[in-house]
Design a protein around this ligand. Structure first.
Ligand SMILES: [Zn+2]
Length: 317
């Protein structure tokens, strides 16, 4: 006897198919959560999206579960975005599912070198090679990815080409209004308040898009050693940095140490929010509030300022 849900689904298929000829949604896979937003925005009900690296996983070391691998064997398309996770796994995904087409959504994007904390050259030092993979945090680059996604969906499922074109246009409008809102919210930050310190340098493209400057604690994917930590702490002090941003996906030890040294505060920025539009706006709001010069200063600088929402400075014994 068939379980009730299966019976229901079967009946549903039988009742819909003859009327509309509609096939099941196109099963596709993406690497990271924001891509699911892009594909869903464009494909709507015609696509069924599977994310390989879940929201809170460390994207470099994550290993897909057997359940994910099973689901992946049904996927028709894989939208690659060039994150390090794909280097090891994509060949295996492809080997496990010969019918799956891999779409390079950054084929038309020239990536910048990975940003370095050493910004004194006025430019990326490029010292630790490798392209910056965080291309989903720039509205202009997301628009380019959206074009690749639209074209691949149309090739794989031409019956719904009209829907994909419409979805694309709606999504572009969404990208545009998020971009405008972020631009407006950051517009009046003075030039000397546009530098921020993050643990993992995920916000290079975001910073470029909005005239901000990113400094990072992590170098070459590693936590800094004691000497490096001291150097970054000095640099943070010299730039009057009072806030250190961490990402939920990464360890926080070094960030906390530096925060303690500069009597600063630790705040979270999430580069991997699945709701991309909301995630981008949240990044802008958090940065704006933290960088605005009228923000209450940290405890060591002005002991009389309001501190209710400040991280408690750690008192060394
Ligand atoms: Zn990253």
């Amino acid at each position: 006897m068939m379980p009730p849900l299966h019976r229901f689904v079967l009946l549903l298929c039988l009742s819909i198919l003859p009327l509309t000829g509609r096939a099941a949604a196109l099963p596709v896979a993406v690497s990271i959560p924001p891509q699911a937003h892009f594909v869903k925005a464009i494909g709507g009900e015609h696509v069924d999206v599977q994310v390989m690296v879940p929201a809170n996983a460390e994207p470099v070391t994550y290993e897909p579960t057997p359940r994910q691998m099973a689901a992946l064997s049904q996927a028709r398309l894989y939208f690659a975005i060039g994150v390090p996770f794909e280097q090891g796994w994509l060949p295996r995904f492809q080997a496990a599912n010969a019918d799956m087409t891999t779409v390079d959504t950054i084929a038309n994007i020239r990536r910048h070198p990975m940003g370095s904390h050493d910004d004194h050259a006025g430019h990326d030092s490029g010292g630790h090679g490798g392209a910056d993979p965080h291309v989903w945090l720039s509205p202009a680059l997301v628009r380019l990815q959206a074009e690749s996604i639209r074209d691949a969906l149309i090739r794989a499922d031409p019956d719904h080409a009209r829907g994909y074109h419409q979805g694309f246009r709606r999504f572009v409008a969404q990208i545009h209004s998020a971009d405008e809102a972020i631009l407006a919210s950051l517009a009046d930050l003075p030039a000397d308040s546009r530098r921020f310190l993050v643990f993992h340098p995920a916000f290079g493209y975001f910073a470029r898009s909005y005239g901000l400057e990113q400094m990072a604690i992590e170098t070459e994917g590693k936590e800094p050693g004691p000497r490096e930590l001291a150097r970054i702490t000095d640099e943070a002090r010299s730039h009057g940095i009072r806030v250190i941003f961490i990402e939920p996906q990464f360890a926080q030890g070094a960030a906390r140490t530096i925060a303690r040294e500069i009597n600063g505060e630790v705040l979270t920025l999430d580069p991997l929010a699945r709701d991309w539009t909301a995630g981008m706006r949240a990044i802008a709001v958090t940065l704006r509030e933290a960088l605005a010069p009228d923000r209450p200063q940290g405890p060591s600088n002005n002991a009389s300022s309001p501190q209710a929402h400040m991280a408690q400075p750690h008192v060394e014994p």
